[in-house]
Each structure stands twice: as structure tokens, then as C-alpha cells.
Design a binder for this molecule. Structure first.
Ligand SMILES: [Zn+2]
Length: 377
């Protein structure tokens, strides 16, 4: 049992958070022998990144001028990795996420190497939903912090395959996660829509399709920096909220996006403000936490600091000077990874006072330097 003492608990005010057996056991005033001093810090739920290809972590920054088409045809085919390299790459990506306060990630593992990816996620100590290919999904056993989803290629390629993937996922009780890049694809799935379907991008969706997704309670993830950089079209954020949906946010790939949720929130906000929207900055925090958890089937597990939820918690530095009502917007507008002081996953401290407890990022990066050199040669 431990208590996070005296922090500004987002949405509550100054309070203690009691953690017992990996669960949030209380928000109020508590004394326990083990305490984390959170005075002057903001206490918020761990960030939920609902769409990331972790295996591409070694390729960070390599795609600043790449279109999606060029990436898919020129770079991706060259990314042929050994199982050991896959494991090292996914471990690097997952630890980068933890360092940034991302406590849950949906890792799109489709087409990757199933065992090394899952082993790396477990070794990292992150909460992960592993997007397994429809063939792998039935043999994937969800346990502990790593649970499964079916990663489907989505309706653009083949409606029949997509529908079959969804039925496989439903027979296993799993979320189906899929990219959707063309108009009309969601409409073809009209009879299958439900809260266990998670779509990514959706830039080309018609208004009617976005309304269908919102009405059916489907998850929808925007990845604003990547979409802006690679020609996907305008991110769907504001259009989806107009129909009552709350978009989730994902990093997608670090070839041209920072590996943290601050950048995703900020890019979404900037793009909406450029459209003339008066979207409140602080609302983006909900997309990066609770809405993200809901979108990937973990809405009852994480995403908010509620009693009974798992204790995935971030302590953020740099906002102790602000009146409480300005803090959420202040975080979205200005926070960065350097402000992430302490991170807990399932009640366990994985980053303390700015330092990762179990991993060293520099050596994880060094371990995959050769991968990037080979692919980019
Ligand atoms: Zn993707």
C-alpha cells in the first residue's frame, strides 16, 4: 500500500491518492508508511496511446519528408528484422512510451513477430493491448498487463476479410482495431458497428459515417502529427466531436511524430483552432486518457483516477503555480516529457523523480542503431 501525498489531483484539487494492490483505493486524506511526495505536482491518469507501431521505434525521425505511399512502398518493405531485433525495437518503443507517461499503449503488431513482441511488452512493464493478426489472435493468451485485440487490415482491402476478422474478435471477446482511410468503408460495415470496434485515422470518412461511428459508440483514434505530415488529410478530431464522439489519440509512428501524447494533444488543438474552433484546450486530456481507454476496451480498467480502477498514474511537474482551473489547458498547451516526474503502472513505480526505474533508454537505443542504419542505407 502506498499513498501519493498532497498533489493536485486533476479534477479534484489537493488530495492524496491511496494505492493498494495495484488499484486506486481512495482519493482523500490518507497516511501509510510508504508515501510519494506530490506537493506542487499534478496527479493525473496515465496517458493512453491507442495506436502505435512500436516496432518502428528504431526508425525515429527518418520519415520527416515521407508521404504515406512512399513509406509503405519504399521503407516498410526494407524493415525485415530478426526476432531479436523485433524484441529490442518493441522494448525501446514501449520504454519511450513509459518515459513520456504513456502507461497504456495499443501496439499494432500485425505482421510482426508475435512472441518477441509480446515478450518485449511484458519486459517493458507497460500496460499494453497487443493488436494480433486475426490468425494469431486465437492463440494469444491475455494475461497480466498485456491483453489482446484483433488487428484487422480493415474494410479498405477486403470487406469479407474484415467482417471475418470482426467475428473472430467477437468470438474471443476482443476489440477489433483497424485503419480506415477511404470514404465509404465505414458505411459498408454499418450492420457490424459497435463499441468493440476501434477505427484509426478516418480522415476521409463522410459526416454520415462519423455520425454512425459516434452513434454506435465505436472508438475513433486520430494521429494528428502523422496525418498532417504524411498526407492523410485533415484530422477528424473536431468533426467527430460535432457528432457527440470523443476521439482518442495515438502516436502511430515515430518516424515523424514525437513518442508522447503531449504532441498529439497539442497538434489536435492547433489544427482545431486553425479551423476556427473554440475547443477548450483541457478537453484534449480526456482524449489522451479516458476516451483512449474506452476506445480500446479498457474503459472500466484505466483512464481516470477513480476508486476501483487500476493505479496507472502520472505526476507532472511545472504547473504548481497555476490556479486549478487553468491547469488542464496549461498542460495541453505547454507540457512535455521533461515534466513527467513519476509514473506508476498498476501501482508499481516505473519512473521516479524523472528517472526510469527498470530501463536505460540510451542503451535500448544503442541496441537497435544497426537496424536503422541497415534499413536506411
Ligand atoms: Zn497505423
Amino acid at each position: 500500500m502506498l499513498v501519493i501525498k498532497g498533489g493536485h489531483v486533476l479534477g479534484v484539487g489537493v488530495a492524496d491518492v491511496l494505492v493498494d494492490g495495484g488499484v486506486i483505493a481512495g482519493v482523500g486524506a490518507f497516511e501509510t508508511p510508504e508515501a510519494i511526495d506530490a506537493r506542487g505536482l499534478v496527479v493525473l491518469p496515465g496517458f493512453v496511446d491507442t495506436h502505435r507501431h512500436l516496432v518502428q521505434a528504431p526508425m525515429r525521425g527518418s520519415g520527416a519528408d515521407l508521404t504515406l505511399g512512399a513509406f509503405l512502398s519504399e521503407v516498410l518493405p526494407r524493415m525485415v528484422l530478426t526476432p531479436a531485433e523485433v524484441r529490442a525495437a518493441v522494448l525501446l518503443g514501449a520504454v519511450e512510451a513509459l518515459n513520456a507517461g504513456v502507461t497504456t499503449v495499443l501496439d499494432w503488431g500485425h505482421g510482426g513477430a508475435f512472441e518477441p513482441e509480446v515478450e518485449a511488452l511484458r519486459e517493458a512493464g507497460i500496460r499494453a493491448v497487443y493488436g494480433a493478426s486475426p490468425g494469431d489472435a486465437p492463440r494469444f493468451a491475455s494475461s497480466g498487463l498485456v491483453t489482446g485485440a484483433v488487428a484487422s487490415f480493415g474494410p479498405a482491402l477486403s470487406f469479407a476479410d474484415n467482417a471475418r476478422d470482426i467475428s473472430v474478435a467477437r468470438s474471443l471477446g476482443l476489440t477489433t482495431t483497424m485503419h480506415v482511410t477511404e470514404a465509404g468503408a465505414v458505411a459498408r460495415l454499418a450492420d457490424l458497428l459497435g463499441p468493440d470496434l476501434h477505427f484509426v485515422h478516418g480522415n476521409a470518412c463522410t459526416d454520415e459515417e462519423l455520425r454512425m461511428l459516434a452513434d454506435a459508440g465505436c472508438g475513433l483514434t486520430a494521429t494528428p502529427p502523422v496525418e498532417s505530415m504524411m498526407g492523410h488529410g485533415a484530422p477528424v478530431y473536431g468533426r467527430f466531436t460535432a457528432f457527440g464522439g470523443t476521439p482518442a489519440l495515438g502516436v502511430d509512428v515515430v518516424i515523424n511524430s514525437a513518442a508522447d501524447m503531449f504532441e498529439q494533444m497539442r497538434a489536435a488543438l492547433w489544427l482545431e483552432r486553425l479551423r476556427g474552433s473554440s475547443l477548450a484546450a483541457g478537453a484534449l486530456l480526456g482524449s489522451a486518457t479516458a476516451a483512449g481507454a474506452r476506445a480500446i476496451g479498457l474503459g472500466d480498467v484505466v483512464g481516470s483516477l477513480e476508486v476501483g480502477k487500476r493505479a496507472d498514474i502520472v505526476l507532472l511537474d511545472g504547473f504548481g503555480h497555476l490556479p486549478f482551473d487553468l491547469v488542464p489547458g496549461g498542460i495541453v498547451a505547454t507540457a512535455g516529457v521533461a515534466d513527467v516526474r513519476t509514473v506508476l503502472v498498476d501501482g508499481r513505480v516505473v519512473k521516479r523523480d524523472g528517472v526510469l526505474v527498470d530501463h536505460d533508454l540510451a542503451s535500448l537505443r544503442a541496441a537497435v542503431d544497426d537496424v536503422a542504419r541497415r534499413v536506411l542505407a
